[in-house]
Design a protein around this ligand. Structure first.
Ligand code: G3I
Length: 383
């Protein structure tokens, strides 16, 4: 059974500071004499209650909006953050650390340190790592977007990037978002915004998958996008493209929906049907960036009604994944409101994650734990 909990671990600060200082092989943040209950024997956690074949993930804070906020990167600086990260999740996704502008800041120069730290943390805590992302229109470095490259040069740059980054983490990253957000809301390829498609044509998408597969034949290679949770023009564009690529023998293995919800709008009623049609194509599916934002009252604290409603958005999204046999990873885009991207992008909105800033769990957290507990092997159609 799960209960609402507050993770107050001030006493753990000394030991965890040591971990942040470089001893990443330690399991979680344990104070001397304090038992670590996470990740091994304790059951009432998200990862502890999940069916054996379902990974429960989170984004790991770093880069992007975190660089302009008034806090130190919690992955290094917050013992509580690290404890919950280790204890609650069986999969981690670098939130920005593998995006081009971060990992490839100058031509021919790579910045692998932050992802190396996450990979080491994951290994120490028996977690998998999702890779995000290789071919995208956003968060590209200026040297790339503003460079004057020929088509042949750009192609070589992309191939080298994919093979270098995927190759470095060969065997350590289980799923890659190879192509991210390549269609607009009407289901048209982003031929203007996306430098790769604009300069090299749509065929570059298949090449990106091929190059990633060469670099790590074991990794599952995904299309990833927002607004594709239900059946609509955008998700259907992915469906058609996936059919074509599979027919051509391109190594595409998965389709994932980000699931950034806003409670001003309802959920699509056909999430399961949508994921199922990709499953029927033989693709894995995943939920990769789930959060549920809301318009906050003046005091900034969500009401009980809002929190209860938020819980249903989380559980309905999880249910769609549980209902589809090949949906094997379910990832939240962060777990603590303090570090969420939402208030930075949407003024007046927030409270999108499953924990308050002090790590107090919300009804959404409890509802997920209970739902996972009820979905133990044997009671769901999972394969
Ligand atoms: O590039 C500008 C820079 O020129 C400017 O000086 C600086 C000052 O604010 O901002 C820089 O932009 C930041 C950007 O990351 C690039 O680093 C934004 O402020 C910052 O808000 C942004 O945040 C990230 C965002 O992706 C960018 O799209 C978030 O941390 C990250 O959570 C978010 O994650 C995306 C997924 O990758 C894809 N799906 C949607 C999801 C939410 O947007």
């Amino acid at each position: 059974m799960s209960t609402t909990r507050v993770f107050r671990m001030a006493a753990a600060a000394v030991a965890c500071t040591a971990i942040a200082g470089g001893l990443l092989a330690s399991p979680a943040c344990a104070a001397p004499g304090q038992e670590v209950t996470y990740g091994s024997t304790r059951q009432d956690t998200l990862r502890g209650e999940a069916p054996r074949d379902l990974l429960i993930g989170t984004a790991v804070a770093g880069g992007g909006h975190h660089e302009t906020m008034d806090y130190d990167n919690p992955f290094y600086a917050s013992p509580e953050y690290r404890t919950v990260l280790a204890g609650e999740f069986s999969s981690v996704t670098p939130e920005n650390q593998l995006k081009w502008e971060f990992v490839h800041p100058a031509q021919g120069e790579y910045n692998f340190g932050p992802t190396d730290d996450i990979v080491a943390f994951a290994r120490a805590n028996k977690q998998e790592v999702r890779g995000h992302t290789l071919l995208w229109h956003s968060q590209n470095p200026q040297w790339l977007e503003q460079g004057e490259f020929t088509a042949d040069e750009l192609r070589a740059i992309l191939k080298d990037h994919i093979q270098t980054v995927v190759g470095r983490y060969r065997g350590q990253i289980y799923q890659w978002d190879v192509a991210n957000e390549i269609f607009d809301g009407r289901g048209n390829l982003r031929t203007t915004e996306n430098i790769w498609i604009r300069e090299l044509g749509p065929g570059i998408i298949a090449d990106a998958f091929r190059w990633a597969h060469e670099a790590d034949p074991e990794a599952k290679l995904f299309f990833n996008d927002y607004g594709v949770e239900g059946i609509n023009a955008k998700s259907t564009a992915y469906y058609s493209l996936a059919q074509d690529l599979l027919a051509d023998g391109v190594p595409v293995h998965g389709f994932s929906a980000q699931a950034h919800w806003d409670m001003r709008w309802g959920l699509p009623g056909d999430m399961t049907a949508n994921l199922q049609r990709f499953d029927d194509l033989g693709l894995e599916t995943a939920i990769t960036e789930l959060d549920v934002r809301m318009t906050l009252p003046e005091d900034g604290r969500p009401t009980d009604e809002q929190l209860a409603q938020q819980a249903t958005y989380y559980t309905e999204t999880l249910q769609a994944c549980l209902d589809v046999a090949g949906c094997k990873s379910f990832t939240l885009w962060g777990f603590n409101d303090q570090y969420s991207w939402v208030p930075v992008f949407f003024s007046g909105s927030g409270a999108a994650t499953v924990m308050f800033e002090d790590f107090e769990t919300k009804p959404a957290y409890d509802a997920l734990v209970q739902q996972l507990e009820a979905a133990t092997p044997g009671t769901s159609p999972r394969r």
